[in-house]
Design a protein around this ligand. Structure first.
Ligand code: ADE
Length: 225
């Protein structure tokens, strides 16, 4: 069982992403457990403040040390984490290889930032890995966290019904996946490639591999060594 805990200032953003389809099944099967920890519960004063103006001036608030520190230490007192990950646009860019590596861990704590981000000292003190989901800025780390959980969750053994199907995903060989077809055999004049209909699995494998290479050369030449 893999455990993922997520510290969030906007927990309601994380209500739906794990309640459907593959992740829902992973949770029901007891292969994955997800807990959302509301950061506000650790906020300061009667307004449960979690952010403040930044030293040095400038637009945008910064998430304060004390609430985050208390929250993280509370989590750490109950669980020993393999990684404490902060979602941030200046982190290392996420890819399938990182998803594969993270899927082998047992306990992960994700920290979602908001506003201008979290006080640097929280990063210095607790964070073991910083991840960006791409070169664009989100209004908070929650959607990034959902992407991590989704991409990791589907890799856990027993989650996908066909155990091999994650192995044929795009990126698993540094190649994009080949085109796929289902019924009908002809649609608006477009036919399913003949090779897929003849039941010769060696030829089908070869065709799929060629198509993968062709697609990758056309669309993502950067992936080819
Ligand atoms: N928070 C804001 N932007 C982000 C990004 N690109 N990746 C991860 N977390 C973020």
């Amino acid at each position: 069982m893999m455990q993922i805990h997520i510290i969030s200032a906007v927990p309601s953003l994380l209500e739906s992403p794990f309640a459907h389809s593959i992740l829902k099944r992973a949770i029901q099967k007891g292969l994955l457990s997800i807990e959302i920890i509301p950061l506000r519960d650790f906020g300061i004063g009667k307004h449960q403040q979690i952010d403040d103006y930044q030293y040095g001036g400038g637009a945008g608030m910064v998430m304060m040390c004390e609430p985050l520190s208390k929250c993280i230490e509370d989590c750490m007192s109950k669980t020993t984490y393999d990684e404490i990950i902060y979602l941030t646009p200046d982190g290392e860019t996420y890819n399938q290889q990182t998803a594969n590596t993270l899927s082998l861990k047992k306990n992960i704590l994700l920290i979602c930032g908001h506003y201008k981000g979290i006080d640097q000292r929280i990063r210095d003190l607790y964070v073991t890995k910083e991840i960006s989901i791409g070169d664009y800025v989100l209004s908070g780390g929650e959607l990034g966290a959902a992407i991590l959980v989704d991409s990791i969750g589907r890799l856990l053994p027993g989650v996908l019904s066909d155990e091999t199907s994650a192995l044929t995903d795009s990126f698993q060989d540094n190649l994009l996946a080949p085109p796929v077809y289902t019924r009908p055999e002809e649609f608006k004049g477009l036919k399913v490639p003949e090779v897929l209909l003849n039941g010769n699995f060696k030829l089908i494998d070869e065709w799929r591999h060629e198509q993968s290479i062709k697609r990758t050369e056309d669309r993502r030449p950067d992936l080819i060594d």
